[in-house]
Design a protein. Structure first.
Length: 232
């Protein structure tokens, strides 16, 4: 079989202290997983069930580079998030099996066209133009774990230049990683290469051309990106 044109390269993440890389298949994102962020967005959190949106794997961007300010927005926002990378197949799994399937964790940025997301909310339309933005899933190197070791108590924070913008704790996640993966596995045959961005704490806000955005979670490699000029 021959392709009529060369397929796009497989998106991948780096793994801390390894030469091999982690090929990314799908990117799932959790909505409103921190109470304070839900409130600043004018919403509430409920414990009924987590909910999701997705980004194309081709929205993935490596960190430690300059990424252009995207077209189609005047309000591009940062969201620091814990990213969970799966290393095993998971389908209709309980929380123990979900934990066992975790390959590792990383710091990620769910960069968002907030104005286009608001359009979607206003018109009860999907969020794709707001969320599935090229280069908007910026993810640092994965720190592998042996068995979904819990990250409770760890600080999650984000600086723009020298200003602290987001500062929270993974304790404040409404849904834990195991709960999210277990729930998601009732709808998808999850497997190696699938990653989940698990929501952001309060303090989201706009970035400007020239900003250096740095996100950190205690014990993980940071994610860092510079916002470059818009493309002509
Ligand atoms: Mn988010």
């Amino acid at each position: 079989m021959n392709f009529v044109f060369p397929p796009r390269a497989v998106p991948y993440l780096r793994i801390l202290a390894q030469d091999e890389v982690y090929p990314v298949a799908r990117i799932f994102c959790v909505g409103r997983n921190y109470v304070a962020h839900a409130a600043e967005m004018g919403g509430e959190v409920d414990r009924e069930a987590p909910w999701y949106f997705t980004k194309s794997p081709h929205a993935l961007a490596q960190c430690h580079q300059t990424l252009p300010y995207p077209p189609g927005t005047n309000n591009y926002h940062h969201e620091i998030e814990l990213v969970v990378a799966l290393g095993e197949e998971v389908f209709c799994a309980d929380q123990n099996a979900a934990n066992a399937a975790i390959f590792g964790y990383a710091c990620g940025l769910d960069m968002t066209r907030r104005d286009r997301q608001q359009d979607g909310k206003d018109h009860r339309r999907p969020w794709d133009l707001g969320k599935d933005v090229e280069n908007s899933a910026v993810v640092g190197p994965i720190t592998p774990v042996s068995n979904g070791s819990d990250l409770l108590g760890r600080r999650i924070s984000l600086n723009v230049n020298d200003e602290l913008r987001q500062d929270g704790s993974l304790d404040d996640m409404v849904w834990s990683c195991a709960e999210i993966i277990s729930h998601l596995s009732r709808y998808y045959h999850l497997g190696p290469g699938d990653i989940v961005m698990t929501g952001t704490p309060a303090g989201v806000g706009p970035v400007q051309v020239g900003d250096v955005v740095r996100g950190e979670i205690t014990g993980l490699a940071p994610v860092m990106v510079t916002i470059g000029p818009a493309e002509a």
